[in-house]
Design a protein. Structure first.
Length: 550
């Protein structure tokens, strides 16, 4: 009990001690504070440094001078009043509850928080309505630190804020897991970065109309919140603002909002629908990522860009219309939306980022608008249901693994402007039976067509200089292939596990090889037979391949 009194004394403003008697029947009862002698406080004592040294008499004295710092309390209707605060005490079966009302105009938060450490059996409510000179609730106002590490503030269950404040500082209530609700007073204009981060017990909060800015991560991890109304004055919602609010089922975004920041609603698995106002022009990266409960969403006409991973892993989405006016779809924007079966991409789009539709297993077809020039890495990787796709003539680059694992794809036309087929681009496209490689291509990347078992023939055009490692490996349907004279380098195992009966080389100069191409016959110009047989890298395979002139 003495230790409890000591800690509570540190907590209550300016190190003023509280004593209400002892509820333990095994210890002697203390005198009622009103019956004790009143000792006048010494006006020279610095109350910020005052220490409790006599818990039995409940006198607050300076540990160095032993001068009395504060009077004994007066008691009325169960409320103990001191010069700077008053409190009520309630004892439940397991918890000691203190409701504390501060009477000073500017509180000392460092002193206030000292008693909230370590004591899980104490619950405290703080009433700051008399702190009328406080204009800003400071950063980390109620977040706790112990031995250099931030710890949960599970003791604080209620806070009444003064009407004088106009802003709530960053991390003000960080990890206040016992807080269940809070009213933000009218007049507050900004809620700081991570102000209510990880307040897992918070179930309701009132945001006044005066608020215009909600900082990044402001309510991140508030998994108990089920709904929230954002006032009309808010123009921007910071990144991560509601990230991980798994209990959130609905939210109203006002017309005043023009942008939705990165990861704003990331992981809000309970969100089933959301109306994005027409005023919004940009949707940030990962804004709705992991919102598995979303079944539909309307993107307003004013939006011009959809950020990377904006709707990634929204497994409930089945269709989406991207409005005319959007110019860019960020990397991974719809990655992992495995139940998405249709999507409309407008002609205004000129850029589709890598991973944009990765793992969209339900997509069967997609039209890429004419203005797109690049298909990035992994763009349609794992789209196993995709059977057809039109790549526009303006495309010049197809990235690595762009169509990796698209086993339903049966044919594809690569436009003339493409110069490089990246690594693993058509890896595992087992349904692909034919493909035309345009004349402008100079490089076929590593394992570009590996595992394309349905391919029975392929024409490599003049102009290709490099065929990468295992580029046509495991193409079990290939029976023959012609290598143009422009090819100077063939990577290791380029035709490994193929059922080729022969390879025909058109050039008289043997290309550089790093390993045995295959077991079988190689046809070369008759004038170049000896050159091939004796070329560096070729001679060691002379017992495995048969070089014949034509």
């Amino acid at each position: 009990m003495k230790k409890l009194l000591f800690i509570l004394g540190v907590f209550l403003m300016f190190a003023v001690v509280v004593s209400c008697g002892d509820d333990d029947e095994d210890e002697p009862q203390k005198k009622d504070p009103q019956q004790q002698d009143v000792v006048k406080p010494d006006p020279d004592i610095n109350k910020d440094t005052a220490k409790v040294v006599d818990a039995d008499t409940t006198k607050v004295v300076d540990s160095d001078t032993t001068k009395v710092v504060d009077n004994e309390p007066t008691k009325k209707d169960g409320i103990y009043s001191y010069e700077l605060y008053q409190f009520m005490k309630e004892q439940t079966d397991t918890t000691l509850i203190y409701d504390v009302k501060l009477l000073d105009e500017i509180p000392n938060f460092d002193t206030m928080k000292a008693a909230l450490r370590d004591f899980s059996t104490i619950k405290v409510s703080i009433n700051l309505e008399n702190c009328v000179k406080m204009e800003t609730l400071p950063d980390n106002a109620f977040s706790l630190k112990k031995e250099g590490f931030w710890v949960k503030n599970q003791n604080l269950y209620s806070v009444i804020l003064p009407n004088s404040i106009n802003s709530i500082g960053g991390y003000a209530f960080w990890d206040c897991t016992g807080l269940t609700s809070i009213d933000i007073p009218e007049g507050v204009t900004s809620i700081g970065v991570s102000a209510f981060l990880d307040c897992t017990g918070l179930t309701s909060i009132n945001i006044p109309k005066s608020v215009t800015s909600i900082g990044g991560g402001a309510f991140r991890g508030c998994e108990g919140l089920t709904s929230i109304d954002i006032p009309e004055g808010v123009t921007s919602i910071g990144g991560d603002a509601f990230r991980g609010c798994e209990g959130l089922t609905s939210i109203d975004i006002p017309e005043s909002v023009t942008s939705i920041g990165g990861a704003t609603f990331y992981g809000c698995t309970g969100l089933t629908s959301i109306d994005i106002p027409e005023s919004v022009t940009s949707i940030g990266g990962s804004a709705f990522s992991g919102c598995t409960g979303l079944t539909s969403i309307d993107i307003p006409k004013g939006v011009t860009s959809i950020g990377g991973s904006a709707f990634s892993d929204c497994t409930g989405l089945t269709s989406i219309d991207i409005p005319e006016g959007v110019t860019s779809i960020g990397g991974g924007a719809f990655a992992g939306c495995k139940n998405l079966i249709s999507i409309t991409i407008p002609e205004s789009v000129t850029s589709i980022g890598g991973y944009a539709f990765r793992g969209c297993e339900g997509l069967t077809s997609i039209d890429i608008p004419e203005g797109v020039t690049t298909i990035g890495d992994y763009t349609f990787c794992g789209c196993t249901g995709l059977t057809s796709i039109d790549i526009p003539k303006g495309v010049t680059t197809i990235g690595n693994q762009a169509f990796y694992g698209c086993e339903g794809l049966t044919s594809i036309d690569i436009p003339e402007g493409v110069t490089t087929i990246g690594d693993y681009t058509f890896w595992g496209c087992t349904g692909l039976t034919s493909i035309d490689i345009p004349k402008g291509v100079t490089t076929i990347g590593d394992q570009a067509f590996y595992g394309c078992e349905g391919l029975t023939s392929i024409d490599i055009p003049e102009g290709v200089t490099t065929i990468g490692l295992a580029a046509f490996g495991n193409c079990k349907g290939l029976t023959s292939i012609n290598i143009p004279k422009s090819v100077t380098t063939i990577g290791q195992y380029a035709f490994v596990y193929c059922t080729l009966t022969y390879i025909k080389f058109m050039g008289v100069i043997p290309p550089t090889i790093d390993s045995l191409l295959f077991y079988g016959t190689i046809y070369v110009p008759i004038s170049a037979v000896d050159s091939y047989k004796n070329a560096e890298g070729w001679e060691e395979y002379s017992t495995y391949i048969h070089i014949v002139g034509y």
